[in-house]
Ligand binder design. Sequence first.
Ligand code: COA
Length: 290
Amino acid sequence: MFREDLLQGKRILVTGGGTGLGRSIAERMMELGAEVAICGRRGSVLEEAAAEMREATGGTVTTHVVDIRVAEAVDEMVGEIWQSGPLHGLINNAAGNFLSRTEDLSPRAFDAIANIVLHGTFYVTNACGKRWIADGLPGNVLSIIVTWVWTGSPYVVPSAMSKAGIAAMTKSLAVEWGPNGIRLNAVAPGTFPTEGAGARLRPSPKLQRSMDDIPMRRNGERHELSNLAAYLMADESAYITGEVMAIDGGRWLQGTGGYSHLVGKLDDDDWADIRDRIRTVNEKDKALRG
Ligand code: COA
């Protein structure tokens, strides 16, 4: 689909690039010649992913252990990356989410998601943006969001609120930083199954969805998302900025993009079971963090 050297010479940071969609996107960037940096909270997961990505593509990838909720740590990481040369692109992919009744969320639960998705994404974007502006260099930011920014969705309210904030950031900074040659776009993927999202958004067999929910009658394939990201990271798309583009097989237009279908369908026991299943995955993940 693309020239093999489409992203040659570009240096791109992919947050949460060690797993899931972030990893697929990062690997595609490497295939197209970019030098990639990936960051995440679990060092062993990042290292393993990086080794496999080097093997698969023959490209260059560096790993950075960071919790994007910590602004100082983010600035330190971006500064460290800049020491070996400026970045050309940033892909805001790192996120956190889980399905829950909103009345069951503690303030800490809300913060756990909002601090990653809203605050963390801002910290990384601004750490790159201020360096691009200071160095007089162009920059390119792509954020992975969700169609709930347009529709809202029950049971994922902290995520919907935070992703809507990223959409607002994308449009705001496209105007503010446009004169500096910095552009920002966002994509809103529908269902592209990943382990992380499956475990936290569809943790029980009761939550499986029908393909009738998707006008195209199928889930997305990772290469479809990665290729859209590659196009938006390439100079060939240089005049596109401030856009949010859905890639969801038409799902949100059909009104089936979120979790409205669950309203009134689950009882207290179902929610307790969902919570237990999500907790088990979270504990497992936590054990791998430094
Ligand atoms: N229902 C209600 N509350 C929950 C919950 C659930 N299923 N899971 C966690 N929480 C609450 C915890 O009880 C805690 O609040 P409390 O201290 O008041 O009890 C709070 O959320 C923080 O939990 P903790 O496990 O300490 O958070 P964390 O910072 O380690 O993890 C998450 C952050 C919860 C977002 C975790 O899911 C994560 O790290 N996810 C990253 C990957 C991901 O989500 N991928 C899918 C993206 S679609």
